[in-house]
Design a protein around this ligand. Structure first.
Ligand SMILES: [Zn+2]
Length: 382
């Protein structure tokens, strides 16, 4: 577009400009008087205002005139993260807001994509490749569905150096720390439009996400790299959650849920691991069982929840995860006493400490193990 368009102009090009602004949510679709003929659409006051506010936001000259520069910016702005496959194309690079988002995320996680300029250049490709190597994906430097999912699900942002360099550093600094440098995936159940069970003014999805954050904070202090399978507004299915943990090469997977029953008398916490008895043959994950047992006992000791014990299950989530996986059901929301406990941050802290203590004990040689309820987090030096 070499021509300039401004207030008072009419025609197909104006219709196109308006359409772009509509896609960006900056204009309501034309209706009423203005819409006499698609090719005769007016660059009216409202359009002028939308153009000016767009220019201001983008750091362009604010004159309400749509020339080549503003037109290009309008074009780039409508690409949302994940709309298209991105890769390095020498000569005619991908340009757009989705590229800016990608660069920003890489930067947040400690990879260097160069300037966040919305242009997919060599530096962006190199940073994306490094990210892919770090999470165990094929490092083709392209933003395809697998890489996109890994980026989307990495809620936690790691700052200060690349994750691998940071892990090595932590490992050296805390030479004796059995957990430093390990990767753990936490899986708060439900999410997005699926709230899980709701009772006594509490919603399962919210409580377990909060609990996951408390566990994550404590694990982070121990040098563990923790990833969450979901954010507040996403709800991957069980297959996707398991796949994510596998993709992240997690060493431990802990899923967090709460229960509900028609009666308010059911209460307490229970732990599940992968296992089944079929045709007289017993299959189970021995490490999963040990971890479930440790977490279950720590929870029972550190909180006053009824001990619902440890049970083998063949749920897809436990079956498809390739690492020791435990699901903790941390109480019944339908139980007034469990719910009252779960409502307080102090109680959720105690639960988080119980889960972390269970994980810590899994890595302790047997002769160094401590009685249930005794394990203390080391003093936090940073
Ligand atoms: Zn649930």
């Amino acid at each position: 577009m070499q021509q300039l368009f401004r207030r008072g102009d009419r025609g197909p090009a104006v219709a196109e400009i308006r359409a772009k602004l509509e896609r960006l949510g900056r204009l309501d679709p034309v209706g009423g008087e203005n819409l006499t003929n698609q090719t005769d659409i007016l660059f009216d006051d409202v359009t002028d205002y939308a153009v000016r506010s767009f220019q201001q936001e983008r750091g362009l000259r604010v004159d309400g005139v749509v020339g080549p520069e503003t037109y290009r910016a309008l074009d780039e702005a409508h690409w949302r993260f994940g709309d298209r496959l991105l890769s390095y194309r020498p000569g005619h690079p991908f340009i757009g807001d989705d590229v800016t988002t990608l660069q920003q995320r890489l930067l947040d996680m400690g990879f260097d994509p160069g300037r966040c300029d919305g242009i997919f250049g060599r530096a962006t490709e190199a940073a994306l490749q490094e990210f892919q190597r770090n999470v165990g994906l094929r490092s083709d430097g392209a933003l395809g569905p697998g890489t996109l999912r890994a980026l989307e699900q990495l809620r936690r942002t790691v700052t200060g150096g690349s994750p691998s360099a940071r892990r090595e550093e932590e490992r050296l600094r805390r030479g004796h720390g059995a957990l430093a440098g390990r990767i753990i995936v936490l899986d708060p159940g439900h999410g997005g439009s699926d709230g899980g069970v709701a009772a006594n003014d509490l919603v399962e999805a919210e409580i377990v996400l909060d609990l996951a954050a408390r566990i994550e904070g404590r694990l982070g202090a121990l040098g563990v790299t923790t990833y969450l399978t979901r954010s507040a507004d996403t709800c991957p299915d069980d297959r996707e959650r398991a796949q994510f943990a596998n993709d992240m090469a997690a060493e431990i997977f802990v899923s967090l849920h709460l229960d509900a029953m028609a009666t308010e008398h059911a209460s307490g916490a229970a732990c599940f691991y992968y296992g089944a008895s079929r045709h007289g043959r017993h299959v189970r994950s021995a490490v999963g069982e040990r971890l479930a047992d440790l977490i279950g006992r720590e929870v029972a000791t550190r909180t006053d929840l009824v001990d619902g014990r440890v049970h083998p299950m063949t749920w897809e989530l436990l079956r498809l995860t390739r690492m020791p996986a435990v699901r903790l059901d941390a109480g019944y929301l339908t139980s007034p006493s469990d719910a009252a406990r779960l409502a307080t941050p102090e109680f959720r802290d105690a639960l988080a400490e119980a889960v972390v203590a269970g994980i810590q004990r899994l890595y302790l040689p047997e002769h160094l193990d401590v009685p249930t309820g005794q394990f203390r987090m080391p003093a936090l030096s940073n």
